[in-house]
Write a protein that binds this ligand. Structure first.
Ligand code: 4AD
Length: 465
């Protein structure tokens, strides 16, 4: 059945080819304006951001019925494609036959007026039909494809890391526990703790916070790999940048240091932005007009200039020198807060900034120790408007240094025996990073809340739909 109905996108893009011909389309009524003997319907068929204008008149035997259809009714239209150069839309269809597929109830909530993002979140089952969300979710889809294409074109292997895991990659204790034990009456060990050896996996199991450790395993066989999948964090933060379930892209590259890592991140981000601007011009123009004025100019600057690279120590100096009053005062050793990150990218540089070589005490156990014994070869990429979008590092490839660091951090080396063996059997310089998929979508669309770039967001107290 579907083949009978052409895509509106195809009709727009190849309008000369279809001009004057009879075509069929199927879609939902976005708006209609009817007078006594003729009318206009804006039809959206889902294939394209733009609507197809349907022109109808009383020659249709069901003209009156069609005129009364509520917004969001679905119809099947047959008619002639007419070029309308110079008017608001370049084409329209003069209908010769319209069949009602599904009449909508007139209580349909997305009437033609502006709705708040908060309200639209409460109707996540309908919001993909609004202009904003139609644009966001198509960009999200294209960006995912661009990411795969970028890596596949460079011969990276797509490594599938597990969603259920027995290890905590980040050591931050922000994991969702999975258990089949009866928690009202759990088995206990001699010292009174819950006995997870009797649980489904024979040990504590959680939803993964990062696929990095698995990516390292795969990279040390394939040289260059990437993961791209959902990750989970039980952070109880109600910010507009944190979700409990988000997607992460984690490349891992071998015989490669932090410089290579930053170059890869920069190339990938530029590639994805370019791809989306080229393949979703209508959507990007919409964001530029209605969500974030100046977005396109900013993105064009980003893809055409080098990202800034500074050390953490330099960043702290700059923030102190700025004399700006921050809510959290800055001193060497502190974790950079969103306000600091934004000041660096929005006030000082007005561009994306890599910050490298953070104090070891605020970073994870696997990052390579620098000669000074105080900092590690870490890098975060900060961008205006969003803050951190990438976190990565060169990995500690020296078994003895890694072991010492794990001990210092109180990690149980038995839990990471396989990770340590990677350093024993042909260790190699390697590096990688994690790009928060939602964060780059926010950056490219100008959307300011992470809940509005995920079709069905999972955040504290929110798992509807
Ligand atoms: O800096 P993070 O915690 O790094 C890691 O997980 C490393 N294992 C990655 C690696 O080296 N392979 O997270 C990486 C990125 C952040 O920069 C951010 O963009 C995103 O993941 N992120 C989140 N995005 C949405 N909601 C959250 N709660 C996020 N936490 C991290």
């Amino acid at each position: 059945m579907q083949k009978e109905f052409l895509e509106v996108k195809d009709l727009y893009r190849n309008k000369e080819e279809y001009a004057g011909k009879t075509v069929k389309v199927a879609g939902w009524i976005r708006t209609s304006r009817m007078s006594k003997n003729f009318g206009f319907i804006e039809l959206n068929d889902g294939s394209f951001f733009k609507n197809m204008q349907i022109v109808l008149d009383e020659k249709l035997d069901n003209f009156k019925e069609i005129g009364k259809l509520p917004i969001s009714s679905s119809i099947l239209v047959e008619g002639e494609l007419v070029l309308t150069e110079g008017s608001k839309q370049p084409v329209e269809i003069h209908a010769t036959n319209i069949v009602v597929e599904g009449e909508s109830d007139s209580s349909y909530p997305l009437q033609k007026k502006r709705h708040t993002m908060e309200y639209l979140r409460t109707i996540a089952h309908l919001r993909p039909r609004s202009n904003t969300f139609s644009a966001v979710f198509r960009v999200r889809s294209l960006a995912a494809y661009a990411i795969h294409k970028f890596f596949q074109d460079r011969n990276f292997v797509y490594a599938h890391s597990p969603i259920i895991t027995g290890s905590d990659c980040e050591g931050a204790g922000e994991m969702f526990r999975i258990t089949t034990l009866d928690l009202e009456n759990p088995p206990k060990t001699e010292d009174g703790k819950i006995d997870y050896s009797q649980d489904f996996f024979g040990k504590e199991a959680n939803l993964t916070v990062s696929g990095q450790l698995n990516a390292e395993i795969m990279a040390l066989a394939f040289r260059n790999v990437y993961t791209f999948g959902p990750t989970f964090r039980a952070e109880n933060s109600y910010t507009g940048r944190h979700a409990s379930e988000f997607w992460m892209i984690e490349p891992e590259i071998v015989f490669a240091d932090l410089e290579d890592n930053m170059e890869l991140a920069e190339d990938m981000i530029k590639y994805v932005i370019n791809y989306v601007m080229e393949n979703a011009p209508e959507e990007m123009q919409f964001f530029n007009n209605f969500i974030d004025k100046g977005l396109l100019e900013r993105l064009n600057n980003v893809v055409n200039s080098d990202f800034i690279r500074i050390t953490y120590t330099k960043a702290v100096e700059l923030l102190i020198e700025s004399g700006h009053k921050f809510e959290y005062p800055v001193e060497w050793g502190c974790d950079l807060q969103t306000e600091h990150e934004r000041y660096l990218t929005e006030e000082i540089y007005k561009a994306p900034v890599f910050v490298t070589d953070y104090p070891k005490d605020i970073k994870a156990f696997y990052m390579r120790m620098n000669e000074d014994g105080k900092t590690v070869r870490a890098m975060d990429l900060l961008v205006p408007g969003v803050g951190e979008i990438v976190g990565g590092s060169q990995r500690e490839e020296r078994e003895d240094v890694l072991l010492a660091r794990m001990e210092e951090m109180g990690l149980n080396k038995e839990d990471y025996w396989w990770y340590l063996e990677l350093r024993k059997y042909g260790t190699a310089t390697h590096s990688g990073f994690g790009l928060g998929f939602e964060r780059i979508i926010m950056y490219m669309t100008g959307m300011s809340n992470i809940r509005d770039v995920i079709p069905f967001p999972r955040t504290p107290k929110n798992a509807e739909f």
